[in-house]
Design a binder for this molecule. Structure first.
Ligand code: NAP
Ligand code: MG
Length: 404
């Protein structure tokens, strides 16, 4: 069999735990046998991040900026407890956060809908994509635990000189806690533009939600920038037959549950973090949610939305059978390859990406699936053993169908 040639190197970011095992299987069985591709490999597994003082993460981000497309495995963001457990030099920050900052990107998450797999939320028949603002707010905050009585203030000192602005946050009568957070007009604007662009390219309505009734300056700032950017694209939206809509976040949450889907829901950083897991769970499984980071200058990083599936990895280490869903990881590879084909002008590569995805969905529709999906079909946490296969067997079944 002649392999399909991929012209430009694809940047590969390896990761941790259960997803690292899946990563190797996917590469070995679904990618390398079919493609002649140069993978520029960066090992973002925790031991290698630690031994390189996290330099590997920055090198990987630079490689994505250079080549345009990367594919990333899930990685551990070490907690304080894990620093001791893994004997790390320090609690390395989230690689995703570092790569997002380096590429100044917006993260879009979209569930994979598979025929025959019912969604937990019955009204959802089309994908709900989430656009999560990936900069600022509590993710770049400063916090302080107030030890006792005293005054907390917000102080802004203008760079060009002039009187500092002081606003009292609270006069503490006893212990408490405070937090300072920020965002920038530039980042919010590029987020709004990215969401409008994604909605146009996918031809779906765009919703944006905040809590501007309560946060009359911070959230209203977001709302106004979105409104201005949406107005600037109004003609394009009209031509595409799609609409922009602003909602209060609590209203949006209630409405989304009754909606049929087929929209892009743009959210502030924290809301996007929380609601993307809600949407993934509502569609069935975290293992069926993909994620792509899009930078304003057109660089792309594809990954699964879920983490390293630690609980399954612990079972694996204990010698127990695992049935971890590899679909989102496989779709990260197919998404990256489709984009690579698009950018290189090599339709055969994009067509191969379509074929991988068809093989995955065909395998599931034909009845071979992992336990998380069998749980949904059988409506029980403990579905019959013959209704699901183990982690490796699922990938083998996809490989078999793909070679056919
Ligand atoms: P997680 O890895 O997403 O897993 C949470 C639970 O969701 C699992 O225990 C499992 O439930 C279910 N699940 C997730 N993915 C699944 C899959 N592919 N197939 C089947 N079930 C799946 O989240 P976590 O346990 O909170 O985080 C673990 C580690 O991942 C942490 O170190 C965190 O920092 C990291 N993380 C990384 C990323 C990233 O790199 N993008 C994102 C999130 C978290 P059951 O146990 O009930 O089967
Ligand atoms: Mg989350």
């Amino acid at each position: 069999m002649t392999k399909i040639r991929v012209h430009t190197p694809l940047v590969e970011l390896d990761g941790d735990e259960m997803t690292r095992i899946i990563w190797q299987l996917v590469k070995e069985k679904l990618i390398l046998p079919f493609l002649d591709v140069r993978l520029e490999y960066y090992d973002l597994g925790l031991p290698h991040r630690d031994s390189t003082d996290d330099q590997v993460t920055f090198d990987a981000a630079a490689a994505i900026a250079r080549h345009g497309v990367g594919v990333k495995c899930a990685t551990i963001t070490p907690s304080v407890a894990q620093v001791a457990e893994h004997k790390l030099k320090k609690a390395w920050p989230s690689p995703n956060g570092a790569i997002r900052s380096a590429l100044d990107g917006t993260v879009f998450r979209k569930p994979i809908i598979c025929p025959g797999i019912p969604t937990a939320v019955k009204s959802w028949v089309k994908p709900i994509a989430i656009g999560r603002h990936a900069y600022g707010d509590i993710y770049n905050n400063r916090e302080y635990q107030v030890p006792g009585p005293g005054k907390a203030e917000l102080v802004f000192t203008p760079a060009g000189g002039g009187e500092p602005v002081r606003i009292t946050i609270h006069d503490f009568k006893g212990p408490g806690v405070i937090m300072g957070m920020h965002n920038t007009e530039k980042s919010i604007r590029s987020f709004a533009q990215a969401c409008l662009g994604y909605a146009l390219s996918e031809r779906v309505d765009l919703w944006f939600a905040t809590k501007d009734t309560i946060s009359k300056i911070y959230h209203t700032f977001f709302k106004s920038i979105f409104a201005a950017e949406a107005a600037a694209r109004a003609a394009d939206f009209k031509a595409a037959g799609i609409a922009y809509r602003y909602l209060l976040i609590d209203d949006a949450v209630a409405q989304i549950v009754k909606h049929e889907g087929g929209i892009l829901w743009a959210l502030m950083n924290y809301d996007g973090d929380v609601q993307s897991d809600m949407v993934a769970a509502g569609f069935g499984s975290l293992g069926m949610m993909t994620s792509v980071l899009v930078s304003p200058d057109g660089k792309f990083e594809y990954e699964a939305a879920h983490g390293t599936v630690t609980r399954h990895y612990q079972d694996h280490l204990a010698g127990k059978t695992t049935s971890t869903n590899s679909v989102a990881t496989i779709f990260a590879w197919s998404g990256a390859l489709r984009k690579r084909g698009e950018l290189d002008g090599t339709p055969a590569v994009s067509a191969f990406a379509d074929r991988i995805e068809a093989a995955v969905l065909g395998t599931i529709t034909a009845g071979t699936m992992t336990r998380d999906l069998a749980r949904i079909i059988h409506g029980t946490m403990d579905p019959p053993r013959d209704s699901w296969v183990d982690t490796a067997a699922f990938i083998d079944a996809v490989a078999k169908r793909l070679s056919r």
